[in-house]
Design a protein around this ligand. Structure first.
Ligand code: OAD
Length: 250
């Protein structure tokens, strides 16, 4: 049923969360082994925590960067990347048959691990930023983030190359707003034929509100998750199982 919906769609939007990266070995936040079972978000993932103890926050991010650096995209990332570059109407891959209308796929992720990037996903919006990017804590110069993939980072906490002040992970912390352009792109992507929410507990807003918005706008909505979530009862179809098996089967 979902496969048929996707095949018939002109616009497909996929929202992903930590469950998509679980099979790669990236810890989720709220599962039995989840990060928020061992650590308190207010100690590690807020601007107040960073202001209080930047070294402690950086030690936690350096540990996560090390863990993620050892992880590879799994079958769920691969399928999403393939979908983001194909036209399923006639089965042709992108680049051939230029006259054919393309499926427009937008991938919205809450994951900061960049495994979607490494899988080659197109039209990707990283709603919560990237653990592989840093920005200036003092918001000097343009405020633009820069990429730093060094593992381990030399002597945390790292410094801003422009002003010499503290650098921070370019991720969205609790109490911070998402980038307005990302929110705009996400809201625009709720105007779609099929909205698929995959591997997210659907409790962190504004990301969790997108599936509701898509449904209100007339999209067919579906969830792929190991467990029930607050979204399960409102979507048109809830499939319970591992994303790395369900998506390739689709
Ligand atoms: P969570 O850890 O809250 O939820 C992960 C979801 O994935 C759960 O609902 C699991 O049941 C499901 N899951 C686990 N393994 C799966 C698998 N193999 N296949 C399918 N589903 C699976 O992660 P998120 O929903 O991504 O934000 O969390 C949202 C945000 O909360 C994160 O981006 C982060 C966190 O605090 C910030 O840090 C701002």
């Amino acid at each position: 049923m979902l496969a048929a919906r996707i095949r018939g769609a002109a616009r497909l939007t996929i929202l992903t969360g930590a469950g998509v990266s679980a099979a790669s070995g990236v810890p989720t936040f709220r599962g039995p082994e989840g990060l928020w079972r061992q650590f308190r978000p207010e100690d590690l993932a807020t601007p107040e925590a960073f202001a209080r103890d930047p070294r402690l926050v950086w030690e936690w991010y350096a540990w996560r960067r090390e863990k993620i650096a050892a992880c590879r995209p799994n079958a769920a990332h691969d399928v999403i990347a393939r979908w983001s570059g194909v036209r399923p109407r006639n089965g042709a891959t992108q680049g051939s048959d230029p006259g054919t209308e393309r499926l427009k796929v937008v991938v919205l992720t809450q994951n900061v691990d960049d495994l979607h990037v490494r899988a080659g996903t197109r039209n990707l919006v990283r709603l919560h930023g990237s653990i592989w990017e840093l920005s200036c804590w003092n918001r000097c110069a343009t405020g633009a983030a820069w990429r730093d993939e060094r593992v381990p980072l030399p002597e945390p906490p790292p410094r801003c190359p422009r002003c010499g002040g503290l650098a921070r992970p370019a991720v969205v912390w609790f109490g911070e707003s998402l980038d307005a352009r990302d929110v705009g792109a996400a809201v625009e992507a709720t105007e779609c034929d099929v909205f698929l929410t995959v591997g997210t507990s659907s409790v962190v807003y504004p990301a969790a509100g997108l599936v509701h918005r898509a449904r209100e706008r007339g999209a067919f909505t579906a969830e792929v998750n190991l467990d029930e979530t607050p979204a399960s009862s409102m979507v048109d179809l809830a499939i319970h199982g591992p994303a790395e098996e369900i998506l390739p089967a689709l």
